[in-house]
Write a protein that binds this ligand. Sequence first.
Ligand code: NAD
Length: 291
Amino acid sequence: MKILLSDSFDASLPDRLRKFGDVTDDKAQLAEAEVVLIRSATKATAEYIASAPKMKMIIRGGVGLDNVDVPAAEARGVRVFNTAAASSIAVAELAFAFLLAIPSRIIDGHVSMKEGKFLKKELKRTELYGKTLGIVGVGRIGTEVAKRAAAFGMKCVGFDPVVAKHDIVEMTTLDGLCAKADLISFNTPLNDSTKGMVSASLIEKMKNGVVLVNTGRGKIVVEADLAAALESGKVGAYGTDVWESDPPPESSPLLKAKNVYMCPHIGASTKENLLRIGDVIVEILGREYGK
Ligand code: NAD
């Protein structure tokens, strides 16, 4: 059996997989591969799947399956797995890093000192303590964000169409969340209900100066609407790990908008998570191939 590692995984993974078969990272061998391991870079479209006649299984190291044409895979009898629970801590820590760094002015302080400025009087910080955090998408990652927020003395309100009650998060409507939250963390997948959800009409319902953090998916945001709200000050700041595409096109208005804090889609890329993803892949193959 040939296993193709089509994206980057922990360096130890190829050796751990050799007991299952021949392991390669040569994408030219796709047509020979029975198992294809991907993260977010490879787009497993219907054409991609059709070009791999021996493929029996796709394993997505990570959560979002928006880069896999699941119906096309299923129609061909190709089974699709992800490593859903592995990444929750890694992504929640990045969301929380934005939630701390933005009001604490850490990035502004760092950048201005690099520019030779000492803005002791100008850089006013705000505390998280006593503030209300809105969590849109109260699943695995949203829950980990809520635990961290609670430890900082924040109140959490949440919106999620399938979560009616939660231990830490007071569940409400999306409009109710927007009215109450000082900061909002978006932790949803990309789907029909979330695509373009952060539009001018939703932003209008938020508090003035609200801080938004997105580690979910870039396409949940209408970029032009958010850029305009950042320019006007309606939205105080936007911290994002996720983009319309990886990397975003130069024309993305968010690249130049005021008070945008950016990461290049590194939410899942902790050393520990890459090892956990590897563990889950070995477990799936062990279960399926009995080794
Ligand atoms: P999860 O399935 O445990 O939680 C997602 C929650 O979002 C679910 O409870 C779902 O009901 C909810 N949801 C769906 N539509 C919604 C809507 N319209 N409004 C509000 N909530 C809605 O998934 P998870 O493990 O918490 O991951 C969430 C997402 O985070 C993934 O789908 C992926 O897009 C993203 N993610 C990003 C990175 C990164 O590198 N930045 C890494 C992993 C996952």
